[in-house]
Design a protein around this ligand. Sequence first.
Ligand SMILES: Cc1ncc(COP(=O)(O)O)c(C=O)c1O
Length: 450
Amino acid sequence: MPAINRDRLQSLMQSEQKKFIDERPKSKALFERARKSLLGGVPMNWMAKWAGAFPPFVRDASGAEFFDVDEHRYIDFCLGDTGAMTGHSPPATVSAVQEQVARGITLMLPSEDAVWVGEELQKRFQVPYWQFALSATDANRFSIRLARQITGRGKILVFNWCYHGSVDETFITLEDGVSKPRRGNVGPPVDPSVTTKVVEFNDIDALEKALQPGDVACVLAEPAMTNVGIVHPEPGYHRQLRELTRRHGTLLIIDETHTICAGPGGYTRVENLDPDFLIFGKPIGGGVPGATYGFTQDVAHAIAARQNLEDCDVGGIGGTLAGNALSLAAMRATLEKVLTQEAFDRMIPLAERWTAGVERAIKEFDVPWHVSRLGCRAEYLFSRTHPRNGTEAHDAMDFELERFMHLHAMNRGILLTPFHNMALMSPVTKQEDIDQHTRVFCEALRALTA
Ligand SMILES: Cc1ncc(COP(=O)(O)O)c(C=O)c1O
């Protein structure tokens, strides 16, 4: 088929924008009010990026749906960008939180729940030692610091177009073989090439060359990239990544914050990976802030050998509210009763159904797009072939087209994850929600290709 007609796209976008504004007078009024006290009218800058003229303001959410203040119902495939992968307010987490909130929220002392969660994480990931943070960003930052301390090396290595939270060292890209600060990087403390090496995912030769000088403390990697579309590792890639990191004395941090969608033990257990550190944030507490980082026995020994009790509260690791009683109660209930094997046994076939529906539509309307899936997460991207690395995935993005797909879906009661075209299935997502997405997706393609 010919490339999407840009004039048609712009005129469709205008009519979708009008529909969005006309049908949401209460959200519009709240947004106008918010602009007088919140920068850009939103409490967090990312929320300004939704495809509508303003974000829909939420009245309430439960399970896999929410209502906005104008009474529109949305099927939620964004699920708080994975923070609510459990479905909104899962009953088991809610009752544990209600119980704990009346018994103390944060004490800077451990609770029994912390021990239960540590033991459960051990079983799930086969990683022996655990610590807690309030966000996956922090869990990554703390692991990087520990890796630097243990190895005595300054640099880290990441993959081009990765995302691991607001970790300074990771905002670097590779352009024609040259590493540069990533576009949009706000106030970097130093040029990221001082702290970081960046190579393409699935490029073993580049990885070996970068590790060879022996100055890289750790590789920080999602086991499959999920923040620039989905980029799967090629067969044997993880084995080689592990061999090379070991050979060059570099520690391996596997960030499972999104790839937990592969199963209860993340991609690590599905593919039997063997990381030195493992990160898991976002949905671990069913939406209550919390994250964890685990590490091996060797790493635990190395940390203990360098630990300085007198300075441990000012060394750059930890935080006043980290490991608080409320997050731990939420994590315990979520791990025990919500993000279970049975839940994944429901969620993954739902994602297969979503993917099959999108794939059929791509074929029917003959658009040069493809759809990928990883466990209960799926995503379509505007290229015919599956990308091998971050650059190929990034080149397939199309901001204007993406905004149209999101706004068209929102106007028809469907929320996708903004910034790309990602859908996540919760344990309470319904088959009819998926089929409704397929119908709306077909409608968008019909309008684009008419
Ligand atoms: C793989 C990965 N790691 C870490 C993070 C950071 O999570 P948070 O924003 O909760 O700190 C993200 C956020 O999208 C992520 O996708």
